[in-house]
Design a protein around this ligand. Structure first.
Ligand SMILES: *Cc1c(COP(=O)(O)O)cnc(C)c1O
Length: 366
């Protein structure tokens, strides 16, 4: 099965094999060396010189750690223009008062509405950088800039941008950011990392969940250790995934993600299909996942079903109320032009057979 969903992604053989290594004790120098390498590499991906804490848990554990640990605020503004923005708000509600600034899923963030919420007294802002559910790249730099005007803490879900697209936490003024292992980094699911600058600790809430208390992670990291038993085999895999990123070079990797998603968008345009996101002057199409409107004449079940059953390729549908209305193609991790062309060729065959589009893939330059 070729995985072309926005995480988990297809595993490079080297990463798969890394997980088969014999177990090691986690309170050893061997493990500390892996943790140190992974932490230092992740700092480069986040664009930060500050702390990075790796948690054994999926991306959502990182979202909860980021919000819960730094929730000593009167009110937090959470931006919801997709499923993961919605999730940020739902997590935040458990820890403090929340003002959700909502936009229809697929629409862009209007900066003045965010500013209004901050001006009304929110002390923190949480948003998703790359909204995986709708294929939009939200304007992180501009959002952080507005938050700074009001001295608000900035928390960014970078789960599908870090390691695949340009992220510069320190330069943008993002205080806390999150990444998951199974998206752009190309490792298996089960690990996440939270990057935290010094300022964030002014907002530290000691009533955060015990397992996700980043203060414990910070203390243990002084000895290159984790507070509890980490998912050691997943760390083997993460280390290998980060070595692959180091060998490719982060700039090259970001360029590859951009070129592959641009190729998908070009095909959509040439085929006469429609991209789902509605952009404004601040937002962009995602460089790691493309959301496409489901054309007339075929159902989600038929398209994704035939792609999976006949061709062995998995893509994603829409989530929640977008189910059946869009389909999404991931171009993240160690994905290649071969994977993308194969996927589009098979989708094209399915759509051409039904007379929905004409073949165009052969015309598009890679
Ligand atoms: C996948 C994803 C998450 C959730 O991560 P899990 O690993 O499924 O917990 C959060 N935010 C974004 C933007 C994502 O793409």
């Amino acid at each position: 099965m070729l995985l072309m969903i926005p995480g988990p992604v297809h595993l490079h053989e080297r990463i798969q094999l890394a997980m088969a290594k014999p177990m090691i004790g986690h309170r050893t120098k061997d493990f500390s060396e892996i943790l140190e390498y992974c932490t230092e590499m992740l700092k480069k991906l986040f664009g930060t010189k500050h702390d990075v804490f790796i948690i054994s848990g999926s991306g959502t554990a990182g979202m909860e750690a980021a919000i819960a640990c730094f929730s000593k605020v009167k009110r937090i503004t959470c931006i919801d223009n997709g499923k993961f923005g919605d999730r940020l708000g739902k997590i935040a509600e458990r820890y403090t008062e929340v003002d959700v600034v909502r936009f229809e899923w697929g629409k862009s963030i209007e900066l003045d509405e965010v500013e209004k919420s901050l001006a009304e007294g929110s002390e923190a802002l949480a948003f998703v950088h790359n909204e995986t559910s709708t294929g939009i790249l939200n304007p992180a730099r501009e959002l952080a800039k507005i938050a700074k005007k009001y001295d608000a803490l900035v928390i960014m879900d970078g789960i599908t941008s870090v390691g695949g697209d340009y992220v510069a936490m320190d330069e943008w003024g993002v205080d806390v950011a999150i990444v998951g292992s199974q998206k752009c980094i190309g490792a298996p699911p089960g690990l996440c990392a939270v990057a935290v600058n010094d300022r964030a600790w002014e907002f530290y809430n000691e009533k955060c969940p015990f397992y996700l208390d980043l203060k414990a992670y910070k203390k243990k990291l002084e000895d290159w250790q984790t507070p509890y038993t980490p998912a050691v085999s997943l760390f083997f895999a993460l280390q290998e995934a980060l070595k692959i990123i180091e060998e490719e070079g982060l700039e090259n990797r970001i360029r590859r993600h951009r070129e592959l998603s641009a190729f998908v968008r070009k095909w959509v345009e040439e085929a006469g299909l429609e991209l789902f996101p509605e952009l404004n002057e601040y937002s962009q199409y995602s460089n790691t996942v493309t959301a496409i409107k489901m054309p007339e004449g075929i159902t989600d079940k038929e398209l994704r079903g035939e792609l999976k059953e006949k061709y062995g390729i998995l893509i994603s549908g829409g989530q929640e109320h977008l189910k059946g209305k869009i389909f999404r193609i991931g171009t993240m991790g160690n994905v290649t032009i071969r994977d993308v062309v194969t996927t589009l060729a098979c989708i094209e065959r399915i759509l051409v057979k039904r007379g929905i589009i004409k073949p165009v893939l052969g015309e598009i330059e890679a």
